[in-house]
Design a protein around this ligand. Structure first.
Ligand code: NAD
Length: 476
């Protein structure tokens, strides 16, 4: 595609490509055709990036809050100026509607501006001690960070992975998904153009397993920040254990949505359908398992199916598209497998359940209901445009179903009963709970999960503190 950016790595501020390196074909999910060739790191590239990151940490750990704020605010301003180009590149390589890509740019702007304020509030504390003694507790940047970001939020994920370490005074080597490199490079370039020293943040791409083994195998790296699947997350935590690197793990989910008979059903439907098909359901906090009280089950299921059929699917670059193609060929394959298995087990397909057209990775907005709990889709994260709607008898049974899986990322509930809202907030095992709302994040709010959904938070003050260590100093 004519206006897709050229691709490279950024090591020590230098754009690296060619030189006989292997390449990865970046494709447009609308057509499945190649739009770019991404150079992949060799071991020597990674060694160079590590050496530079060590130097970058020595520089940036001494930066003042004002210097960090200037870079973060400057990058936020540049992202606004470059919004259309950034959003277009993200849509071309990932498929989501342009409007959603623009929102991602603005999420980064909000986060960088929030961190620009937060850097002034990284206070320590003084402890009360006998006269003549002074004891203080201070936060220090953890060190060079290895950050691995996935393809589903091609701009937002790199924004989180870069913003927090930079705010904390760390250096960072970013390996964003090979499928969506231009977005990540665009975000990093804004930081570099805003005055970030070139040693502080770098971007490499490669064979994921080679890159993670190489970087985590180095004692230079002091922290791993990963967003992706639980299975890969568990593997990376084991690698990080060898060098005792700290970890922030944002992993999979299977978002339960509890819908009670006393809820505003129309509002719940409007919100849930919009949330389900956003980014083709390829969202870790996607509403997925609809746990609906018997009394409103049929109304909710039928209303969902009706609305799902109206979602406009098409090329994300075209005006009016509400849902683009899936991001890569693995996703429609997973949909066919999971929906096929559910149907074989006796689930009812309300709509969708098939690919659209014969090019690219399009999949129809789908609704399954009355799904037996032993269907694979009731335990495996579908990560696609399918809603799973089942009836339940009452609050206790509904909470038990919400907590049944080992995941605990986002959960949602719809009820008009104030006491029940409090019980649900306390009882549901999740890192984020939305009650009568699916708005569960924000620059100032911690984002992260419990159980197999990972540990640690991004965003909020917690996001910066996760890139810092504490030191207690006692002076006699
Ligand atoms: P995957 O699990 O292999 O990859 C997920 C991400 O991890 C990709 O960005 C990939 O580049 C990276 N990755 C994989 N192996 C790695 C390694 N050894 N070292 C470092 N990074 C590695 O598979 P996929 O097909 O890309 O996605 C499948 C599943 O991943 C989805 O079904 C979903 O459950 C999960 N996923 C979750 C998120 C999220 O936001 N939590 C995002 C993308 C994918």
């Amino acid at each position: 595609m004519a206006d897709y950016p050229s691709l490279h790595m950024i090591i020590d501020g230098e754009n690296i490509s060619g030189g006989g390196r292997r390449t990865f074909d970046v494709v447009n999910p609308v057509t499945g055709e190649q739009i770019g060739a991404l150079p992949l790191a060799e071991a020597a590239d990674l060694d160079r990036a590590l050496e530079v990151a060590e130097k970058g940490f020595r520089i940036w750990r001494k930066s003042t809050p004002q210097e960090r704020a200037n870079v973060l605010q400057g990058a936020a301003r540049l992202m606004i100026e470059r919004k259309e180009d950034l959003a277009r590149a993200a849509t071309m390589e990932q498929g989501k509607p342009l409007a959603e890509s623009r929102i991602e740019v603005m999420m980064n702007v909000g986060l960088f501006n929030f961190y620009a304020g937060e850097v002034f509030r990284l206070y320590g504390r003084e402890l009360v001690r006998p006269d003549g003694m002074r004891s203080t507790v201070r936060h220090e940047p953890v060190g060079p960070v290895a950050a691995f970001a996935p393809w589903n939020f091609p701009l937002g994920n790199p924004g989180r992975k870069l913003g927090a370490p930079i705010a904390a005074g760390c250096s960072v080597i970013l390996k964003s998904a090979e499928e969506t490199p231009a977005s990540a490079l665009g975000v990093l370039q804004c930081l570099l153009d805003a005055g970030l020293p070139k040693e502080v943040a770098q971007a490499v791409f490669g064979v994921p397993d080679e890159v993670s083994r190489h970087l985590l195998g180095s004692p230079i790296i002091r922290k791993l920040s990963f967003t992706g699947s639980t299975v890969v997350g568990k593997h990376l935590v084991k690698l990080a254990a060898e060098n005792m690197q700290r970890t922030t793990m944002e992993l999979g989910g299977h978002g339960p949505v509890l819908v009670f008979g006393d809820a505003d059903i129309d509002k719940a439907l409007e919100t849930a359908v919009g949330g389900k098909y956003r980014n083709c359901g390829q969202v870790c906090v996607s509403p997925t398992r609809f746990i609906v009280e018997e009394s409103v089950f049929e109304k909710f299921r039928d209303g969902f199916i009706e609305r799902a059929r109206q979602v406009k699917v098409g090329d994300g670059l075209e005006e009016g598209t509400q849902m683009g193609p899936m991001a890569n060929p693995r996703r429609p394959e997973a949909m066919d497998r999971l929906i096929g298995n559910a149907k074989d087990k006796g689930a009812r397909l309300g709509t969708g359940g098939e690919r659209i057209g014969n090019q690219g990775f399009f999949y129809a907005p789908s609704v399954l209901s009355e799904i037996p709990l032993d269907a694979d889709i009731m335990t495996e994260e579908p990560f696609g445009p399918v809603a799973l709607i089942n009836p339940f008898k009452g609050e206790e049974e509904m909470i038990a179903e919400a907590n049944r899986l080992p995941y605990g990322l986002a959960a949602y509930a719809w009820t008009g009963d104030a006491k029940r809202q409090q019980r649900l907030a306390a009882e549901i095992e999740a890192g984020m709970v939305g009650i009568n709302s699916h708005m569960i994040g924000g620059a100032d709010s911690p984002f992260g999960g419990v159980k197999w959904s990972g540990h640690g938070s991004e965003d909020g003050p917690e996001g910066v503190l996760a890139c810092m260590v504490t030191k207690a100093v006692h002076e006699g």
